[in-house]
Design a protein around this ligand. Structure first.
Ligand SMILES: NC(=O)c1ccc[n+]([C@@H]2O[C@H](COP(=O)([O-])OP(=O)(O)OC[C@H]3O[C@@H](n4cnc5c(N)ncnc54)[C@H](O)[C@@H]3O)[C@@H](O)[C@H]2O)c1
Length: 514
């Protein structure tokens, strides 16, 4: 096994069982022993990658990516970046030396930094930022100014000012900026986006994006781990600052934007004291917030960001003049997890769909026009028919099994293996073969996020969640929170514009409109 020893924050030696030469790096010291560490390690990888380079064409560029922030979420992306054929090297960065050492050893990483500034001074091509949610925009701007491409976990930013600076910096540098918006790739969002683009909803009327995440459900520990003894000060981060998932549920379907908002807050009094304004780093006592937005296409959107609630998970609603998509908790949920898909163990619960979903639309039993061609409004109730389509099956993420029919460019020996954590809405054929059988997360999104970032760097095309749509997702964050502090005052939301007309996007359905 690889063993790591931290030497100093400035300059240390790395010795490797692969090469007898000592090389100087910033960060941590690696004594990579022979044996396990060499199995399928750098030399093998180089060979394998030479093969991949041929396969992807001789002009394929390969990138060095610095992953910043190795908390519970960030660390789950190391394996995917390492496996991707466009990735030459993964470099790690975290303020916490213990975590850095542990993750570098686990993933056989040769370079690691405790200083973000040092990481940006190194020869990496791009960063992937997974630090706390209120840190992303300034760190992204710093990376872009240092000439690095950027992948950022959500949210893109928490205030109009920092989002404006982020968009302007992307415009000035022309570098890739990809937001890691997992909700964009949720099966129901993909389904609604396609249906909306083909006119299946009619004109947009109303949408809902709800993110219900109780503090007790996977929030105490990450805040504690990442912020240390001071963690209670930071756990009160205003819920509306994390609006990106909920906003994306609607805006990445309709491609419109928010123009104004009225928001109310719910003052917390839980015994854990997290939302006590006297200790809050954000002067915030709201653990639950509800906002109502006007959209530029004349529609309305309600967003709930709740951190103290009996509910769990995300919810999405899209209502148009002709059809609606509505979902509810599936009480039978509890099916096959990605871990079970890796282990091959059986699911214990009958239904693996997180939600039950219905698409309802109005159609006609017969032509509602009179013989003179005018519309028979008075008798419309006799001609219309309501059709309900059960979409629960699109929520099942049992993994797509590779077959002769769907294997695309994959070699025949991949038949029978799985794209883990994916479902029928996922276009798995565009993922690299190296991702087959690897961990996935958040409704199949992780692998698409990594791939689309690197594909954007490779091709120069915009990633689906480019900076202009990312700014739209979070445009209401700071404004909604401010509105809640003013008891619901209606406040305007800034328009961050659209990408240049000559910039092609990897996803042809991402065409921003008003
Ligand atoms: N579905 C999703 O898209 C999803 C899910 C989970 C988390 N997230 C987001 O991803 C981000 C990471 O989540 P997490 O739970 O891993 O966070 P975390 O708070 O557990 O970890 C953050 C890490 O960043 C490190 N860090 C902070 N500042 C740094 C700096 N300047 N330089 C280097 N390292 C620094 C911390 O030491 C810590 O290890 C958060 O912003 C979170 O909101 C998104």
């Amino acid at each position: 096994m690889a063993t790591f020893r931290y030497v100093s924050q400035e300059t240390v030696m790395i010795s490797s069982g692969i090469s007898p030469t000592h090389r100087q790096y910033n960060g941590i010291h690696s004594d990579v022993a022979a044996g396990d560490a060499q199995r399928n390690r750098p030399a093998d990888r180089r060979e394998a990658r030479a093969g991949m380079a041929k396969e992807h064409g001789k002009h394929m560029k390969r990138f060095k990516i610095g992953i910043v922030g190795l908390g519970h979420f960030g660390r789950s992306f190391i394996e995917l970046f390492k496996a991707h054929p466009y990735c030459e090297e993964v470099v790690l960065c975290d303020l916490r030396e213990d975590v850095l050492k542990e993750q570098a050893a686990k993933h056989d990483i040769l370079r690691a930094f405790t200083s973000y500034d040092e990481l940006l001074r190194s020869d990496i091509d791009g960063v992937a930022i997974f630090t706390q949610r209120w840190k992303h925009a300034p760190m992204a701007v710093q990376a872009l100014k240092a000439g690095k491409h950027v992948y950022s976990a959500v949210p893109a930013g928490v205030s109009t000012e920092e989002l404006d600076e982020l968009v302007k910096t992307v415009e000035q540098t022309g570098l890739t900026y990809a937001l890691g918006e997992t909700s964009f790739y949720r099966p129901q969002t993909i389904w609604c986006r396609r249906k909306f683009a083909e006119g299946g909803f009619g004109r947009f009327v109303y949408g809902e994006g709800h993110y219900y995440h109780n503090m007790a459900s996977w929030f105490y520990l990450p805040f504690y781990d990442a912020n240390g003894p001071d963690w209670k000060r930071y756990a009160s981060c205003p819920p509306m600052w994390y609006i990106s998932h909920s906003a994306s549920h609607v805006l990445s379907v309709t491609m419109s934007r928010f123009t104004k908002v009225s928001c109310l807050g719910w003052s917390d009094d839980h015994e854990d004291g997290l939302f006590d304004r006297t200790i809050s780093a954000f002067d915030n006592d709201f653990s639950n917030q509800t906002a109502l937005f006007r959209t530029a296409d004349g529609g309305m959107v309600r967003i709930n960001e709740f951190r103290r609630t009996g509910m769990g998970e995300c919810r999405q609603t899209i209502i148009g003049t002709q059809a609606s998509y509505v979902e509810h908790v599936n009480p039978n949920h509890g099916g096959v997890s990605v871990q079970q898909q890796i282990d091959g163990s059986e699911a214990e619960v009958k239904d693996s769909a997180q939600s039950r979903a219905v698409f309802s639309r109005i159609t006609w039993k017969q032509d509602p026009h009179k013989p003179d061609g005018s519309y028979d409004y008075e008798n419309a109730q006799h001609w219309i028919k309501k059709v309900h389509e059960d979409l629960t099956h699109i929520h099942r993420l049992d993994g797509v099994v590779i077959t002769e029919e769907n294997r695309g460019a994959l070699p025949p020996e991949y038949i029978g293996r799985k794209h883990l954590g994916t479902g029928i809405m996922h276009d798995v054929q565009r993922l690299p073969k190296e991702f087959v059988g690897l961990r996935n997360g958040h409704c199949g999104s992780h692998q698409f996020l990594v791939h689309d970032y690197l594909e954007s760097m490779q091709t120069g095309k915009l990633p689906p969640n480019h900076v202009w749509i990312a700014a739209r997702y979070s445009a209401g964050a700071g404004v909604a929170h401010e509105s809640s502090k003013r008891d619901g005052e209606l406040l305007p939301i800034f328009d961050f514009g659209k990408p240049p007309n000559d910039k092609e996007c990897l996803d042809p359905l991402v065409v921003l409109r008003d």
